[in-house]
Design a protein. Structure first.
Length: 286
């Protein structure tokens, strides 16, 4: 899925202050159209886990720059690589903190190694696309909206849907795509449907400005849609603090951050099988 450019860490560019409040670049509808064009060119993604049980490693909000440390993200990647399979990994956005740092993040993720790239999936956060960075994000990760599934041979297991919520908004085209996808896929006999994205639906405070959460109308439409088609879990980040909410039968999980400068942070593993078991693992103390 992700064919990345390998480069050394680059120097931080001057911040675009207007970009702190608006992407000042391609809209969510444009990003959706370009993502769909790429998806169509490469075809569907089906991960054969070779058995019914497998583990998902999940982290978010690493906020990498060339000037900060990134021990937590390295710790996450090392533990993921060393863990027995079958497995896959998700990063829920804000991989970097500001423009000019995707090459630095790639030097940590090493996604040029196909054995990792084929099982690690990323959704964009607001810091990833602000400051007119969508073309750069796209050159690394190709798509911001996509789905894939897992299977055991020919047996369907779980469906995963990545949504672009980097602006705190899904846009009309992405929402229409999601409705159509869920209507079709919910009839195909998946064990579970899981959505992952960056911005969360349950606002804890106003620390994230206008991207804190979705507009009320979007929240109503999205929560109703996810409940209607049997989505079981929604995984997100952005808030940098853990939260668990069950609404209309859907379990919404907000994860801690991976950013080194914030203490008390953790990543999560999800054991997928007849039941779902969540574990949180604290990053080492600084």
């Amino acid at each position: 899925m992700f064919s990345l450019l390998l480069a050394s860490c680059s120097k931080d560019a001057t911040l675009d202050l207007a970009g702190m409040f608006s992407p000042q670049g391609e809209t969510v509808n444009t990003r959706f159209e370009q993502s769909m064009a790429y998806n169509d060119s490469v075809g569907e993604i089906h991960l054969d886990m070779a058995q019914d049980n497998y583990t998902i490693y999940v982290c978010t909000d690493s906020h990498i720059t060339r000037h900060n440390t990134y021990r937590n993200l390295e710790y996450f990647i090392r533990h993921y690589e060393d863990a027995p399979g079958p497995k896959m990994a998700l990063h829920l956005g804000d991989l970097i903190d500001a423009q000019g740092n995707f090459p630095c993040a790639d030097s940590i993720l090493r996604l040029g190694d196909r054995s990792l790239a084929d099982t690690l999936f990323i959704t964009p956060g607001n810091h990833d696309i602000y400051f007119k960075q969508w073309p750069v994000y796209r050159s690394f990760f190709r798509s911001a909206v996509y789905w894939f599934d897992t299977n055991n041979g020919g047996k369907k297991l779980d469906l995963f849907i990545c949504l672009d919520s980097a602006e705190g908004e899904l846009g009309t085209k992405q929402m229409a795509w999601l409705k159509k996808l869920l209507a079709e896929k919910s009839q195909e006999g998946y064990r579970r449907i899981i959505v992952f994205t960056h911005s969360h639906l349950w606002k804890l405070d106003a620390s994230q400005g206008i991207t804190s959460n979705y507009a009320l109308e979007t929240s109503y439409e999205l929560t109703s849609l996810l409940a209607k088609y049997g989505v079981e879990y929604v995984l997100s980040g952005h808030q940098h603090s853990r939260q668990s909410v069950v609404f209309k039968g859907v379990h919404y999980l907000v994860l801690d951050a991976t950013k080194d400068s914030e203490n008390g942070q953790a990543y999560m593993t999800v054991e997928m099988g007849p039941s779902v078991v969540f574990h949180y693992f604290d990053y080492p103390q600084k």
